[in-house]
Ligand binder design. Structure first.
Ligand SMILES: [Zn+2]
Length: 96
């Protein structure tokens, strides 16, 4: 499922996604940071750890990564995460 509209509410620390089926989800920037799917963060989770995300962390940049993903950069300097739309949909289901 693809997003129909993505709105970054920077001050509130919310990334609001409206999906093509009409449903919507508000991700906090911190939740997105904690869910970073880059290889380093996956290695932390695989080792049984959790990826730390300050509640104050914010998205610093949102770039398309191919047709079906976003590359999200954060104000803590972490910018390696490629977030496929399928992952965002999965996160939306879990965090609801
Ligand atoms: Zn990461």
């Amino acid at each position: 499922m693809n997003p129909e509209h993505i709105e970054n509410r920077a001050r509130a620390g919310i990334l609001a996604v409206r999906w093509e089926n009409g449903s919507a989800h508000e991700f906090t920037h911190a939740a997105l940071r904690a869910a970073c799917p880059c290889s380093a963060c996956r290695a932390v989770r695989r080792a049984g750890g959790t990826v730390e995300a300050s509640p104050a962390v914010r998205l610093a940049a949102i770039e398309p990564a191919g047709a079906n993903a976003l590359n999200l950069a954060f104000t803590d300097g972490h910018a390696r995460g490629i977030y496929p739309f399928a992952l965002l949909a999965e996160l939306a289901a879990v965090h609801c």
